[in-house]
Structure formats: C-alpha cells, structure tokens
Design a protein around this ligand. Structure first.
Ligand code: PRP
Ligand code: MN
Ligand code: MG
Length: 186
C-alpha cells in the first residue's frame, strides 16, 4: 500500500516539536544576524521544508538561494563523494552565508559546501542544521546551530527521504526495519 504513514515505525518529532525548534533557532539567528543581510543557502532537496519554516521565524533582511548537492543518490549509505548537481545563482564574495541543512550524518556534504563557499570568498560561512546525527561522522565539521541530536536510526519525513520518497510526511519518523530489509535483499 502506498500510504506514506504506513512505513513509519514510530514518530521521533511531531509537527509541533519541529515548529518549536524552528522558533528557537529563528530567535537565535535573528539576534546573531542582525544588520548582516545574510545569504541563506538551502541544500536541495532535503533542506527545503526546514528552510521555508526557519526563515519565516527570522526577523532579518535575508536573501535565499539553493545549492543542489548529492552524496546518497538512491542509496542507503553515503557514497562518500559529494557532487555539485546545481550551483547557486548568487555571488557569495564578502557575504555572510548561512547554510541550512536537514541533517548532518557523515558530515561530507556540509564540509563540501562550507569549503566551497569559503573558497569563493564568503565573509563568513555558518550552518543551521535541523538534525545532528553524530554516530557516523567522518569529517570534523563545525555545526554552529542545530535543532536536535538524533541516534543512528534511518529517519524520514519533513524533507528527509528514503529512496527519494516520504519527504512530504509532516513529521519526522523512524522507518520500519522491514522496509529497509526489503531494499537490502534486492
Ligand atoms: C542527505 C541530507 C544531507 C546529507 C547528509 O542529502 O539531506 O544533505 O545527505 O549526509 P552526510 O552528512 O553523510 O553527507 P542527500 O545527498 O540524500 O540528497 P537530498 O537532500 O536530495 O536527499
Ligand atoms: Mn541533502
Ligand atoms: Mg537523501
């Protein structure tokens, strides 16, 4: 059956939990970016849900742009190689850049983006991440702002996908183990 709620073992963060995290982070960012006209960079595709909610909690004059980077493709685990699929339209030179991400796992994607934007002459490069998954970290990348830590579970919803589906769940849940097994056996 194709009902998207059926693939969830249990809920981790409800819509209200997510909203509270956005409010809290938005307040911090409003203070820290006051007067800076930051460029907010969303990492496609996972970050778009979080970005749109987060920026509406920021009372800051900001620009928004997107980078499409991908390391997973349709795989369960990171390939270890990050690809720049589609670039920003904005020049980041001398800008205060805030990268928005849904999740940091190995850290490879975030590290790739941070290094790229620094190389291009950004004045500052920080990030705001909804979920910080530390168990599989491969590169030591600074995470200036995050909503919550998560354990080593496969989380989906609110932008986070499994084989590119289930991003449109309103909440964040843990995938049923049998769903993962189905794929691993193929
Ligand atoms: C996922 C996620 C992060 C990244 C985190 O993106 O949205 O961007 O992986 O993993 P890492 O810390 O191990 O690099 P993905 O490459 O699946 O693309 P998507 O956002 O389009 O789903
Ligand atoms: Mn992503
Ligand atoms: Mg993905």
């Amino acid at each position: 059956n194709d009902n998207i709620n059926n693939i969830i073992d249990h809920k981790l963060f409800s819509e209200d939990d997510i909203h509270q995290m956005c409010v809290k982070l938005g307040k911090q960012l409003t203070t820290d970016y006051a007067g800076k006209k930051p460029l907010i960079v969303g990492a496609l595709k996972g970050a778009i849900f979080f970005l749109t909610d987060l920026v509406r909690e920021m009372d800051v004059k900001a620009e928004i742009d997107f980078l499409d980077v991908s390391s997973y493709g349709n795989e369960m685990e990171s390939s270890g190689k990050v690809k720049l699929v589609s670039d920003l339209a904005t020049d980041v030179k001398d800008r205060d850049v805030l990268i928005v991400e849904d999740i940091v796992d190995t850290g490879l994607t975030l590290d790739f983006m941070k290094e790229l934007l620094k190389k291009r002459g950004a004045k500052s490069v920080k990030c705001c991440v909804l979920l910080n998954k530390e168990a599989n970290r491969k590169v030591d990348v600074d995470i200036e702002y995050y909503g919550s830590k998560v354990g080593n579970e496969f989380v989906v919803g609110y932008g986070l996908d499994f084989m590119n589906f289930y991003r449109n769940l309103k909440y964040i849940g843990v995938l049923k183990p049998e769903i993962i097994k189905l794929v691993n056996n193929k």
